[in-house]
Ligand binder design. Sequence first.
Ligand code: ZN
Ligand code: ZN
Length: 249
Amino acid sequence: MASILTESSRPIHGEIAKLDSIIEMHVHTNPDSSDSMLSKEELVTVGIEAGLSGANLAEHDKVLERHQQESLRSAHPDFFFNFGMEVSTDLGHMLAIGLKEYLPGIRRAEKLREELDKVGGFLIVAHPFRRLFDPVTAMRTGETFDLTPEQAAETMPVFKVVHTLEIANGANTPKENAYAADVARLLGVRGTGGSDAHSSSGLGYFATGFEVVIDSQETLLEELHAGRFEALQFESAGIFSYFNPPHDQ
Ligand SMILES: [Zn+2]
Ligand SMILES: [Zn+2]
């Protein structure tokens, strides 16, 4: 069967997606992310109601322990859990998939990539343009961000280190997401979507769709490396549309 996600023509923004797996790629749960109020049980209940097939836990600088992983998977056989993490690095927040635990030195994004390469992992820069267009941030830092998407794609060091970027993040402004989508297009990569939810509110607002059933980290990594995924936006319970905003040029 031909892949619907790697055809040369990209899906149209807003078109309803008919895909086998819809994964919330960026979510924080309590107590493993101390700033989250979302319990894992709530994630499953609310996630299934929204139409998610699973979630990538992106706890801050932490991967869940093996015994926690096993008990979660056996308690929720109908909801796929992947155990990633969101790492704070010198080049921003990164969604890292494939590491078994936090490793020394991965605060440096290059080291993080090196460690992921050893295990066939995947690296996504999360919300790369968050607050860069914000006048308050500009006032604080004394800098305004005035790169064109072309310049950002070409010159920002972060894009030499990651496999791809998050183009749809539920805590971003629409402008930040549209800009990131533009940069992904210029880099020639598919971007991911995730809510970045820290509570049940907004959970699954953005997600990442796959055309095969994702039921293991191996399959998830295989599809990510092959670029067979698309960022999605929640429409109504069980219905997601493609997030592939049209660009200006
Ligand atoms: Zn973050
Ligand atoms: Zn986050």
